[in-house]
Design a protein around this ligand. Structure first.
Ligand code: HEC
Ligand code: HEC
Length: 327
């Protein structure tokens, strides 16, 4: 990872965490997600509201002189770099895609693809940094995505609602199916998530019989839900898993040991530290032992080591960890 990324990421992840939290808070306030998604209108106006709101497109894109973000291409007609607004530009990009893939791409197919598989065509001069908008924290559903596409098509292009909504092409249908399936599993790529898990988690957690035993067994963890899992990663201390509380033991010489209490017998206690080392302390030597519920043994800066994409990928990997059916 290069230096700018390591510097910017912690901040991004913090922002992401705040969005997640706000999203949940709002969902809770409005009585659940169903209500808010039902409110979306599959229309250019509905899409415009999402573009400048929930979809957070405006954090990276501008439309002509509207907005100031430059991380992604301008979606309007703007200067020499953007002679065509997105609706018309998509027609040109579709021709390139048709040639490269050897199958017919329409302007809508291209636009849907840029949301469903942003890495498939990376606009020249930009990095493959387009957000996965159907994954947390943005988490647009299919209806909202259709609305955004309708909005983009009105920017200099022809709007064909049927091709977006009721009679999509085969190519578009394929992308819609991918979005629907991926959204259900957290939006990331579970295959890549397995590697992120291997790199960051397996030393402490057991999954399907393999891995470390410092933290709880994560086999079947999807049963606890996406919200629970993402909070467990972003803010481990917020809800410590029962039986995995953080103990602080201070001996008579003032030496402090922090870890999980993994054995407590008449004469001594074992404290297992985050690195897996077990420290045995005779009770006679203990001055004090207490739970610190503001800290988890699970590091709270794990998300800093991951990109937003890694985080989305690992969430989808964990969401596929289904409980084993009872024998
Ligand atoms: C984190 C920044 C970011 C966010 C958020 C984001 N995008 Fe992008 N987007 C990019 C970047 C960077 C590119 C160019 C690289 C590429 O082609 O993947 C891009 C490319 C695109 C393109 C292709 C543009 C072209 O000229 O062909 C479309 C369409 C698009 N984004 C739509 C959206 C929509 C709609 C949203 C909101 C739902 C959104 N983006 C949110 C960064 C972002
Ligand atoms: C240094 C050891 C350590 C590492 C590394 C670690 N964890 Fe944990 N994890 C723990 C401990 C200890 C707990 C229990 C305390 C708590 O709830 O924070 C825990 C709790 C959890 C829980 C809640 C489980 C439940 O059933 O309540 C999840 C989910 C989780 N970790 C996921 C992860 C993921 C994903 C990674 C890698 C990105 C990871 N952990 C890395 C030690 C670790």
């Amino acid at each position: 990872m290069n230096v700018t990324i390591t510097r910017v990421l912690p901040f991004l992840l913090l922002v992401l965490g705040v969005y997640l939290w706000i999203g949940y808070a709002i969902t809770e306030l409005t009585g659940g997600g169903r209500k808010s998604s039902a409110a979306v209108d599959i229309s250019p106006e509905g899409g415009e509201a999402i573009y400048w709101g929930k979809g957070r497109c405006f954090t990276c894109h501008s439309v002509g002189g509207q907005g100031s973000a430059v991380r992604g291409p301008n979606h309007g007609q703007f200067g020499e770099k953007f002679p065509l607004a997105m609706g018309a530009r998509a027609v040109e990009r579709a021709k390139e895609r048709t040639e490269k893939e050897g199958m017919e791409f329409t302007a809508i197919d291209y636009t849907v693809e840029s949301l469903a598989s942003p890495g498939a065509y990376v606009v020249k001069g930009y990095k493959n940094e387009m957000a996965v908008v159907y994954a947390p924290p943005i988490s647009l559903n299919l209806k909202e995505i259709k609305a955004v596409i309708a909005y983009l098509m009105t920017l200099g292009g022809d709007l064909d609602m049927a091709a977006i909504d009721t009679k999509p092409s085969e190519v578009t249908l394929g992308f819609y199916a991918k979005i629907a399936a991926a959204a259900e599993a957290g939006g990331g790529d579970p295959g890549l998530g397995a590697q992120v898990y291997e790199d960051n988690c397996t030393d402490c957690h057991t999954l399907n019989g393999e891995g470390g035993e410092v933290g709880p067994d994560l086999t079947g963890i999807s049963a606890k839900g996406l919200k629970f899992i993402s909070e467990a990663i972003l803010q481990p201390a917020k809800a410590l898993t029962k039986g995995f509380e953080t103990y602080v033991a201070v001996d008579k010489e003032g030496r402090q040991t922090v870890g999980l209490k993994t054995r407590d017998e008449a004469g001594e206690v074992d404290i297992t530290k985050a690195n897996g080392d077990v420290v045995t302390i005779a009770k006679g030597e203990l001055k004090e032992i207490k739970i610190d519920d503001t800290k988890s043994i699970m590091p709270d800066d794990l998300s800093e080591a991951m990109t937003v994409k890694d985080y989305q990928d690992i969430l989808s990997f964990l969401m596929l960890q289904k409980p084993k059916p009872a024998e």
